[in-house]
Design a protein around this ligand. Sequence first.
Ligand code: 76R
Length: 249
Amino acid sequence: MVEAVETMDGWYSLHDLRTIDWDSWKLASDAERQEAIGSFEKLVTKWDAVEEAKNGSHAMYKVVGQKADLMFMFLRPTMDELSELETEFNKSKFAEFLQPAHSYVSIIELSKYRPAKDGVDPETLPETQARLKPILPKWEHICFYPMDRRRQGEENWYTLEKDVRGKLLYEHSMTGRKYANKIKQFITGSIGLDNWEWGVTLFAHDPLEFKKIVYEMRFDEVSSKYGEFGEFFVGNILKKEDIPSYLHV
Ligand code: 76R
């Protein structure tokens, strides 16, 4: 029987995408808009404090294109905390002007394809723990998309032996390494949690690097034979201090 790989699972992740109802935003009074902006800033201050205490992390981006206006990525130690955060956001004054556009639930995931070095469980290493509970970079651009591993005829990831899968992922990681300092990637596992098997979240200083890495990876066997991809979302960072000018009408 083909052996599954053991995964190391870290913080729970929620990608939360919202569309701003600009019509009602423009019709609202100045006082109402101020109240909404204040409620949003208050939430961000709270999220910042959680991140400061290393109890979670978040990213906030303005989506380019019509799929949504805002994309948040939230990381928390438990699913309950994600839900609390989402509910608090929904109850805020600002949310009166937002419509849900999309969401994705997953968990920061690393896999144990490589044999343990000197019998040390990699999960116990501080560097692994830091990768499982990461503080998201505040880089200028984000790209998020879900993906599956194919299971079709001869191209079935789930009938490949573990060492074969490990080798293909190793080759994949060699392509990935070329993008050090240009791309930061977070793989979140969503088997049993959402519609696809993984979420891929990339951060970059230059959005052209998204196209370059994804294009180059299309030729890695693990993607060319075994990758299926969902919808892409890209965005530019929204800093807390830029919220009023972004929302100014
Ligand atoms: O453990 C590690 O993170 C290092 C090796 C590694 C694994 C196991 C690695 C490295 N990845 C791994 C697993 Mn990846 N990755 C993607 C995508 O668009 C596409 O074609 C694929 C989307 C990108 C852009 C990317 C980037 N990777 C995975 C998995 C889990 C598969 C499984 O378990 O079956 C998926 C779905 C996936 C997809 N990967 C890297 C990168 C980059 C940039 C690296 C190098 C990281 C570094 O060395 O700093």
